[in-house]
Design a protein around this ligand. Structure first.
Ligand code: UDP
Length: 414
């Protein structure tokens, strides 16, 4: 009998990290490993996973344990830098041996490549010691990667405190790791993956959670939307979702609502309940052709034959989920790596379109309507989306690169 490897997985407590780490845990369990999943007490409670003292077994055999994130219960956790700093202050002393494993998985290879390249970017004078951009021209981390606007570096939109953390701590932590597991496929980011031999693409992890009651979502999934989708024509519905964190200005929200009224096709729009104060529908809004929901099983929705395109904030999970389903994108990035993901979608894979903003950063309803119509009429984008879907899925099939990498990783662990 071989040794059973036991993994401790520690996601940052936002859904875009918890979900892929949950899928990764399930894959590890299928390969005969044990997994202990560390939630913060707050997110564990929020995800409503039944916890007992000392950890509890979930339906999928993941063993859950919790630690405090160091904030008071009523503190605002939308400030992710505050959460990060508090966790870093609180958790290591409670879990000294295992902190090195943090955040090794939930990223695209491109995000990893950018962190890896930080010292070189400074040396070349592309960013200064505060992470600010000193050059205007676009740069490339490696051939085959898109040209990138330095103002779109992840730390640019999140601020200096985050930059300092990346530069002073994250790089050192990553350098301790034997492997940097990336939730991507070789064919999606060959250039970024070539930046370090330790980048190991094992994705995209795409397991669909069929057990709605035990889902790790923070909001209750609306399952009626699947029946509604069943009643729509194939490839007719515009799916609109901006992930679990992005918040839109209230005027922009109203404009989007009016744009959806203008579009001839039906829409399925996820409007999270945590922004109620910001999000008021304009008086003129009818919404007759669409369905508005608080949260859905996005993977199920994207795989539904009625979906025609995806208006997305381009979070990495949403990006790979859309790619995996072969759905063309209309890109609406907000912050962090979302701008890079848009570059991949529009410039590298060519499976979507971007939106133009006016001088105030506002996107008009005419622009949204125009681009959705353009997307519907673009056969090239549709064909490339379907091709990319196949190429991506091949990575996970028997003999595929991601599947082999994952098996090799588990064997290495064993
Ligand atoms: N998601 C979902 N239901 C929704 C909207 C989003 O399950 O109604 C999931 C989506 O499938 C993805 C995650 O939430 O896995 C969002 O992660 P992403 O990296 O795209 O964006 P973030 O929320 O981190 O900004």
């Amino acid at each position: 009998m071989g040794i059973i490897p036991h993994f401790l997985v520690i996601p940052f407590p936002v859904l875009g990290h918890i979900n892929p780490i949950t899928q990764f845990s399930n894959v590890l369990i299928k390969h005969g490993c044990k997994v202990t999943f560390l939630h913060t007490e707050f997110s564990h409670k929020r995800a409503q996973i039944s916890a007992k003292d000392g950890g509890s077994k979930d339906h999928n055999n993941i063993n859950y344990v919790t630690l405090p994130d160091g904030l008071d219960h009523e503190d605002d956790r939308s400030d992710l830098v505050k959460v990060l700093l508090s966790m870093i202050k609180t958790m290591p002393s409670l879990l000294p041996k295992l902190i090195e494993d943090i955040n090794a998985l939930d990223s695209s290879a491109t995000t990893m490549a950018s962190v890896h390249s930080l010292p070189k970017l400074m040396e070349d004078g592309i960013i200064d010691s505060d992470g600010n951009t000193t050059k205007k021209q676009k740069i490339q981390f490696s051939p085959l990667m898109p040209m990138m606007d330095p103002t779109h570096f992840a730390w640019g939109s999140i601020g200096k405190v985050f930059f300092d953390h990346l530069y002073q701590q994250e790089i050192q932590l990553l350098n301790l790791a034997e492997w940097w597991l990336c939730n991507t496929a070789y064919d999606l980011e060959p250039g970024a993956l070539s930046v370090s031999p330790r980048f190991l693409p094992i994705g995209p992890l795409m397991e669909i959670d069929n057990n709605n009651n035990k889902s790790s979502s923070f909001w209750k999934e609306d399952t009626t939307c699947l029946e509604w989708l069943d009643q729509q024509q194939p490839q007719s519905v515009v799916y609109v979702s901006f992930g679990s964190l992005a918040v839109m200005e209230s005027n922009q929200f109203k404009e989007l609502a009016l744009a959806l009224d203008l579009i001839d096709n039906p829409f399925l729009w996820v409007v999270r309940p945590d922004n109620k104060d910001n999000y008021k529908y304009p008086d003129e809004f009818h919404g007759r052709k669409g369905k508005i929901v608080v949260w859905v099983s996005q993977k199920k929705v994207l795989n539904h034959p009625a979906i025609a395109c995806f208006i997305s904030h381009c979070g990495w999970n949403s990006t790979i989920e859309g790619v995996y389903s072969g759905v063309p994108f209309l890109c609406w990035p907000f912050f962090s790596d979302q701008f890079w993901d848009e570059s991949y979608i529009c410039d590298v894979w060519k499976v979507g379109l971007g939106l133009n903003k006016d001088e105030n950063g506002f996107i008009s309803k005419e622009e949204i309507r125009k681009k959705v119509e353009k997307l519907f009429g673009d056969e090239g984008i549709r064909e490339r989306s379907l091709k990319l879907k196949q190429v991506t899925r091949n990575n996970l099939a028997e003999g595929g690169k991601s599947k082999k990498n994952l098996e090799n990783f588990v064997n290495w662990a064993k």
